[in-house]
Design a protein around this ligand. Structure first.
Ligand code: SF4
Length: 471
């Protein structure tokens, strides 16, 4: 079937003032989903999961009903991630795999949004190879989703509406949270760091912070509904408030979030360059700020860090790490590491292993470097053979895993507070949840509901999980 296509791609200079607006829901959209169902497929990071909750919130306002299975949904949203080429190929693969669902039910709407939609080459490929996608919209106009969906139903043509711009802040967006006791709360959007391998500043725009009062209000509303754990989200949370000309904006925000009294506060992601001593002190001083930190390092070698554009040296990272450990001895660390960055020698990789020996991370998200089209690093020769990259990854993972296991063994015999998430995904007979230290704990216990804070005595340790018994 050949459909007409309406394409609206707005390119604005990627600098400029931040637009602040409030989401307005027009009553006419309330009828759109009566008797219809939806399914949101989230790919990628927490920011996408949170966007998925906003899209679900809008669809619920439009009277759509949520279903878990794509084959039962009248509207299917592919909320995509562009951080790695493999992530994109995964989504293209899913679109091909689900093509028959669309062909068998032509009234079913396929919509694609998120970071992939911000890339012109992706839009071209979608229109050419996947013409059955009805709606493509970007990260900057998520608030226009109801209007765009209505247009798809009315005009029966493919709608593409994507804007490349510094980005704005829209408040009062609806939310349908995937958990009643754990919440992601955006504190800022975008990133100004421009690490040479990363596409995020191009797909999510420049750093822009939400106003503190709106963040606190969102937390208080969640807390009043029985919420227990809040994760403050941003690509670089430590830069919160810089665009608002705030002095030490993140620490100030963190303290005010702690003062709401919500049981647990986490934040994600931190950047070593912007991490301040006052933030360390706030983590130490407020019991409801969790003592677990994701602090991406990416490499243990200064030359590689310089070419990655990370903006810090390994000496700076060690100093920050050691300072955090000295002030908060019980703190746990996770990190991100890339192996096989262009030009990485055996010696430079050895520096990354030395870093791991020093930091003994509890967990690391490790990746083999692959070039991302549109980034400066993609122009560097990708000269490390895949076999070498894979070998380095294996060595690295084995090293990290041995430290993770040793760290976990120190918890055996101790009692940890766990936020129960219900039955374990792998074994319905036991419960699971995360401790304050962000350890996944599988435990035995009776009459415990998801959302309850439970004391669990740890009986056994594996590399990345703990076993225990509720006490
Ligand atoms: S800090 Fe670097 S890696 Fe992280 S989102 Fe920003 S540009 Fe990407």
């Amino acid at each position: 079937m050949n459909k007409n296509i309406s394409v609206h791609i707005k390119n604005q200079p990627l600098v400029g003032t931040i637009e602040r607006d409030s989401f307005l829901f027009q009553e006419e959209f309330m009828q759109l989903g009566i008797g219809k169902t939806y399914c949101v497929l989230n790919y990628g990071c927490q920011a996408n999961v949170r966007d998925g909750e906003t899209l679900s919130g809008m669809l619920e306002m439009m009277s759509f009903q949520k279903v878990d299975k794509i084959e039962e949904a009248d509207v299917v949203i592919f909320n995509t991630c562009a951080v790695r080429q493999t992530a994109e190929e995964h989504v293209f693969g899913k679109l091909s795999a689900y093509k028959s669902y669309k062909e068998n039910h032509p009234g079913r709407i396929f919509a694609l949004c998120g970071c992939m939609a911000q890339e012109e080459n992706v839009i071209e490929r979608l229109l050419k190879k996947h013409p059955y996608v009805d709606l493509i919209f970007g990260t900057h106009n998520i608030d226009r989703f109801p209007q765009l969906l209505q247009r798809v139903y009315e005009e029966k043509q493919t709608i593409v509406e994507v804007e490349a711009k510094p980005g704005g802040v829209i408040e009062n967006l609806p939310v349908e949270r995937s958990s009643s006791y754990k919440a992601f709360v955006n504190i800022m959007y975008g990133c100004n760091k421009f690490c040479t391998y990363c596409i995020v500043p191009y797909t999510r725009g420049r750093e822009r912070s939400r106003l503190k009062e709106n963040i606190i209000e969102e937390i208080r509303t969640f807390q009043a509904q029985g919420g227990k754990e809040v994760t403050l989200l941003g690509q670089n949370v430590n830069a919160y408030g810089k665009d608002l000309k705030l002095e030490d904006g993140f620490t100030d925000l963190l303290i005010d979030c702690a003062k709401t009294g919500v049981d647990r506060i986490r934040f994600y992601t931190s950047h070593p360059k912007d991490y301040s001593v006052t933030t360390i002190e706030a983590m130490r001083d407020y019991p409801n700020i969790m003592k677990s930190l994701h602090l991406p390092v990416q490499s243990g070698n200064n030359e590689i860090l310089r070419r990655m554009g990370r903006g810090y040296t390994i000496e700076h990272y060690f100093q920050l790490f050691d300072d955090l450990k000295a002030r908060i001895p019980e703190i746990t660390f996770t990190t991100d590491i890339i192996v096989g960055f262009p030009g990485e020698t055996d010696e430079q990789f050895e520096d990354t292993l030395k870093l791991v020996d020093h930091c003994k991370f509890d967990l690391a998200y490790t990746f083999v470097y692959s070039p991302r089209e549109g980034t400066p690093a993609a122009k560097m020769p990708d000269d490390i053979p895949l076999s070498v990259k894979k070998e380095r990854l294996q060595t690295l993972n084995a090293r990290i895993s041995s430290y993770a296991k040793a760290n976990n063994e120190t918890y055996v015999g101790k009692t940890l507070e766990v936020l129960c998430e219900g039955p374990s995904k792998k074994n319905l007979a036991i419960l699971s949840g995360y401790s304050k230290e962000n350890k996944l704990v599988n435990f035995k216990g009776e009459n415990i509901q998801a959302g309850e804070l439970v004391n669990v005595e740890i009986t056994d340790a594996k590399s990345y999980t703990l076993d225990g018994q509720a006490v």
